[in-house]
Design a protein around this ligand. Structure first.
Ligand SMILES: [Zn+2]
Length: 256
């Protein structure tokens, strides 16, 4: 009896690991079609309650949104359901050191803190002191240059060096499907550019997985050098995303 239960439990764990691998493969191939077996082994799509600040957000008259530009992941919209969202970001070992490299690092930290405090008005966040505990990790380094083969031409596609990037991964904890966001922001940017980049990438990290076509929005697809504040359209889009169903933050089917 006990042994049978244990074997059943082990089988369930194996299925869940396969689910994560499948999601990962679907993510990198950018295919959003789930086959029926995978679909049935995932938590069903459901909506979470709207976080209070977004629930209270009213935009009168409505200035529009760019929700139609937002791409749901294979697990649904990339929204958070536990608040405050735990965020970790790099800090210098000795912030009071007066060396130029530390001063630049401190400026980077200050820009990241400003971007967090701005978004914090809409989605509560709290800093944690270890990356392993975080939902969103912000690293101070240059994103890798991914060289890909263009499927049309068969030629190597070498993109320009990027100064910031966000990516996500899925994992399972307490029988729930969860995600983690990793943001990289270059140490080479000016303080103003770091703030713009942090505001933009944090928007992705909070679930705005897509770009606005208007340059007055933080999530405009091209980084502009001047510092654009969070717009009503950014928040209208964020609110719509948080009203959508997702598999994230929900339990896997079956008793457990
Ligand atoms: Zn972007």
């Amino acid at each position: 009896m006990y042994k049978e239960k244990k074997a059943k439990f082990r089988l369930k764990s194996v299925v869940k690991i396969l689910v994560i691998i499948s999601l990962f493969l679907l993510t990198i191939t950018q295919s959003s079609a789930l086959d029926k077996d995978l679909e049935e082994s995932l938590p069903p799509l459901q909506t979470h309650p709207l976080p209070t600040p977004l629930n209270q957000w009213q935009d009168q008259p409505y200035s529009g949104d760019y929700f139609d530009q937002i791409e749901p992941s294979v697990a649904g919209y990339l929204l958070w359901s536990e608040f405050p969202i735990k965020i970790y970001f790099d800090r210098p070992d000795n912030p009071s050191d007066t060396a130029a490299t530390t001063r630049r690092f401190n400026q980077w930290v200050s820009a990241v803190e400003t971007s967090i405090s701005e978004w914090n008005s809409y989605l509560p966040m709290t800093e944690v002191d270890r990356a392993e505990l975080a939902d969103i990790i912000i690293e101070r380094n240059d994103p890798p240059i991914d060289v890909q083969v263009d499927p049309e031409t068969g030629q190597l596609d070498i993109p320009r060096a990027r100064t910031a990037q966000a990516r996500y991964e899925f994992y399972i904890e307490n029988n729930q499907l969860l995600h983690k966001m990793v943001i990289q922001i270059s140490p080479r940017l000016s303080q103003v550019a770091t703030l713009s980049a942090a505001r933009h990438e944090l928007g992705h990290g909070l679930g705005i997985w897509g770009h606005s076509l208007q340059e007055n929005d933080v999530l405009y697809f091209s980084q502009v050098s001047s510092s654009i504040p969070i717009s009503s359209r950014d928040i209208n889009t964020l609110k719509k995303i948080y009203e959508q169903p997702t598999r994230l933050g929900w339990s896997f089917p079956g008793d457990n």
